[in-house]
Design a protein around this ligand. Structure first.
Ligand code: ADP
Ligand code: MG
Length: 575
């Protein structure tokens, strides 16, 4: 690996742009270089959020004196030499611009020693003036120190945030790259304090534990899948662990963290119906595909890529998510990633792509993977689950082919009612039934006004009310599906609950409908503590299992908890 200047023609082919905007962009470029150098451990130190100083130390291949002399020149790179190389980029960097751009706007010092050499050298540059390298001691590897970013461009410096803001941005960059490269050990220090220390991990889930904590790591469900030549690995959080934004969702393509709207959308759709709108899972999704199938030379900061076959990538990610979230083990607290270990190889980021024969079920033939998974699940489920009985009049015990499933009868019934109502609603026809004797509801005047104003929405859901005046309503019609199980005594409370939903002011029409439906379904559902006949139990379980995702209710509460047959065997020492 020797650094050369790119010829002008090739340099022009490179999607260049302003790459250095703030400390976080410096950190990103320096870390990419350290990773490209095959480092096993990378240390980052920031002073004042990186505005005063950024130091990145690595134990990678280092640089010779000649490399060092060139490295901060524009378009000087060891990563590509000719145009054809642009089609098969294996490294994170390839433009030969970062160090030059950093040198132009800071005081830069690089100390490097090439592996196998006895001496190291140091290079200094200030505001773009690069000095001659001088001998300097160092173990093999590279240290880059960037001080006083934008000291020569006060207008740019003014656009920097507070040290705290800049620190947050920079540490997020470290975190994302650390998740993308679990096999590398990382440390981050700010103002001489350790922020995090993440020793080399053998498994992505260990890295997740280092970054997000053990509890979140335990709530992560493994993903795995191969679709044509796209290989997907990673973790997505169980629906009971969620965030209010998408910041903790990471997509990497061949080790490069990227933003991709289509993939974010795939993730959002996979959890749609499992999570409420506004809740987002934590996810780390690593996509590997042959480098010639992805163009990384499309974005100035290399934050986006273009796939030659975006559809294949979307399908691969969708299929692996779908399979993971539909796994019956997802709902059991004891899930486990250790059940399906997702081991990562060494420090090299471009890994072999497994052959498509590893693909489960018949996903290889179908494009509508979601449906395939669902149908497969359905068919299997209906024929092979047997309810053994009721526990404490609250849980149903179900024999499944590979273990015991414990179903919460209330949540299961609630979800089943909810889905059936929702299906009727979207078919535009909620079956309703008239009460012979209307039910009388009394509400405080303020609540009455709220309920009154939602008359049309409620009627659409099959709930028909007449206002009687003075806060009194007469309930005349009610969804047939619910009428039977909703006790007449509970209506008063139900409408109080509905008023509460309405006053929370859900703006989106379908969101409001969803909330009202779940309120209705919840009130009518079989309670915990109710005795059920074996037939009712079996019926409930069978219906539940036909749903898209039988394992979680829309609020993210688990419905099914499973104990694998293997676990039972292990407990009784049968293995
Ligand atoms: P690019 O990464 O696009 O090649 P850079 O300006 O980031 O461009 O770096 C220029 C060159 O300097 C790299 O191609 C690489 O040879 C060398 N280099 C930079 N940082 C390191 C490092 N940490 N270890 C070894 N070599 C490095
Ligand atoms: Mg670089």
């Amino acid at each position: 690996m020797t650094i050369q200047r790119l010829d002008e023609r090739l340099a022009r082919k490179i999607a260049a742009g302003e790459v250095i905007e703030r400390p976080a962009s410096v950190v990103k470029e320096l870390l990419e270089n350290a990773l490209d150098a095959g480092s096993e451990r990378i240390e980052v130190e920031l002073v004042d959020g990186g505005i005063r100083a950024i130091v990145v130390r690595d134990d990678g291949v280092g640089m010779t004196e000649d490399d060092l002399r060139l490295c901060a020149e524009r378009h000087a790179t060891s990563k590509i030499a000719e145009e054809a190389d642009l089609d098969t980029i294996h490294t994170l960097g390839f433009r030969g611009e970062a160090l030059a751009s950093i040198a132009a706007v800071s005081r830069l010092r690089i100390v490097a020693r090439a592996r196998g050499e006895t001496d190291g050298y140091a290079l200094r540059a200030e505001a773009g003036r690069i000095e001659e390298p001088l001998p300097a001691g160092r173990a093999p590897g590279t240290t880059v120190e960037v001080e006083d970013l934008f000291f020569n461009l006060p207008a740019r410096a003014r656009f920097l945030g507070s040290p705290r803001t800049e620190f947050t941005r920079a540490s997020r960059v470290v975190q994302r790259l650390a998740l993308a490269s679990p096999a590398v050990g990382w440390s981050l220090r700010h103002r001489e304090r350790s922020v995090f220390e993440a020793p080399k991990a053998t498994d992505l889930v260990d890295r997740i534990a280092q970054i997000y904590g053990a509890e979140i790591a335990r709530a992560m469900v493994p993903l795995e899948g191969v679709h044509r030549d796209v290989c997907v690995r990673g973790f997505v959080s169980r629906p009971d662990v969620k965030r209010g934004n998408r910041r903790d969702q990471l997509f990497c393509v061949n080790g490069r963290p990227i933003a991709d709207r289509a993939l974010s959308y795939v993730l959002a759709s996979a959890t749609h119906g499992i999570l409420r709108p506004g809740s987002h899972p934590i996810a780390v999704i690593l996509v590997e595909l042959p480098p010639e199938r992805v163009d990384v030379n499309v974005h100035p900061r290399k934050e986006e890529v273009r796939f030659r076959d975006p559809r294949a990538v979307r399908d691969a990610v969708a299929a692996s998510l779908q399979a993971a979230l539909a796994s019956r083990y997802v709902a059991s607290g004891a899930v486990s990633w250790d059940r399906r270990p997702s081991k990562l190889g060494g420090a090299d980021r471009v890994r072999e792509t497994p052959s498509s024969s590893a693909l489960p079920l018949d996903l290889r033939q179908t494009t509508d993977v979601r449906r395939a998974v669902r149908d497969a699940e359905k068919v299997r489920v209906l024929s092979d689950r047997r309810v053994v009985g009721q526990l404490h009049h609250t849980y149903l015990l179900v024999e499944a082919p590979d273990g015991l499933e414990i179903v919460d009868q209330h949540i299961a019934h609630e979800r089943s009612l909810f889905e059936r109502l929702k299906a009727q609603l979207s078919a535009g026809d909620v079956a309703r039934q008239q009460f012979l004797l209307p039910v009388r509801i009394e509400l405080p005047l303020e609540s009455a006004a709220i309920l009154q104003s939602a008359g049309d929405e409620l009627a659409g859901l099959g709930v028909v009310l007449d206002e009687f005046g003075g806060g009194t309503f007469l309930l005349r019609e009610y969804p047939t599906l619910l009428a039977e199980s909703q006790s007449r005594l509970g209506f008063q409370e139900l409408f109080e609950g509905i008023v509460e939903v309405l006053s929370q002011g859900a703006k989106l029409q379908d969101l409001l409908a969803d909330r009202l439906l779940s309120e209705l379904a919840c009130r009518a559902a079989i309670r915990a503590g109710e005795r059920l006949s074996l037939e009712e139990q079996q019926h409930l379980v069978e219906h539940l299992m036909t749903l898209d995702n039988p394992y979680f209710c829309p609020h993210g509460r688990p419905i099914v908890s499973a104990i694998a047959r293997d676990d039972l065997d292990r407990r009784f020492k049968r293995t």
